[in-house]
Design a protein. Structure first.
Length: 246
């Protein structure tokens, strides 16, 4: 998800139009032997915008098997992103199959027509698609259900930001948005009744910047994170990362 190459490409395509982007969806796709081709489509059609003047998202298809013409390597219609409106159909007979060895990645724009190919081989074909979407759009999947706070806290700030645990534009706006990823979102899971165990405002009032060597800080960390079962070193790293970015 946070592979440097994928993020470098996403930076180029999406950052001109947003302050931060997020993971829209994570999908594993296995095309079995004998399966027919998927209908060609655009991934950005989930957003009801015609001619938005920018790319709304970008896809990265990682090959977990060799992709071949025979086994259904993703079909792509080159230059089809230039057909700006959904009723301006490109000639979808002019698709090309993606041929790439296992471990490779295909990047495609959200407006590019594409689809899984027919699998005429004996084996199955597996791939993983991650989409990255402009940070001010709703993500395609609800990442807070896929990766709830007690799991998200185990990742670094970059991954948490990609999942959406960071307000959009927190780095460059002028309206006082919280800067950096938001501890209130990642370190206080709802209790059994669906309420937060501490109010965000109370915690912000009492929270001061302390270093990891401060004994009271360690005690507080242990209390706060006891539900995760993580060791304190991991917790201290995660918390320091959050604190530093505030
Ligand atoms: O499996 C593939 O090659 C593409 C799948 C795809 O585009 C989709 O499911 O939206």
């Amino acid at each position: 998800m946070d592979h440097d190459l994928a993020l470098a490409v996403a930076d180029e395509i999406l950052l001109p139009h947003c302050a931060t982007y997020t993971l829209g969806s994570m999908t594993a796709i296995e095309i079995m032997s004998g399966e027919s081709g998927q209908a060609l489509h655009r991934d950005d059609s989930l957003y009801p915008l015609e001619n938005p003047g920018m790319e709304l998202l970008m896809g990265a298809m990682w090959a977990l098997d060799d992709f071949t013409v025979e086994n259904g390597g993703t079909r792509v219609v080159p230059r089809s992103h230039r057909f700006l409106r959904s009723w301006h159909l490109p000639d979808v007979t002019k698709w090309e199959s993606t041929v790439m060895p296992k471990g490779s990645v295909l990047f495609y724009l959200g407006s590019t027509w594409h689809g899984g190919g027919a699998n005429n081989s004996e084996g199955s074909r597996m791939g993983l698609i991650n989409t990255y979407s402009l940070g001010w759009l709703r993500q395609k999947s609800n990442q807070y259900l896929d990766t709830p706070p007690d799991v998200a806290i185990q990742f670094g700030p970059r991954m948490r930001a990609l999942l959406g645990y960071m307000p959009h534009g927190s780095g460059d706006d002028r309206i006082g948005t919280f800067r950096g990823d938001c501890p209130a979102w990642v370190d206080t899971p709802p209790n059994r009744h669906g309420e937060r165990s501490e109010g965000r405002l109370d915690r912000q009032k009492t929270r001061t910047r302390r270093t990891a060597s401060d004994p009271t800080y360690q005690t507080d960390l242990r209390a706060r994170y006891r539900y995760t079962g993580q060791d304190t070193a991991t917790i201290a790293t995660a918390y320091t990362a959050v604190s530093l970015s505030t």
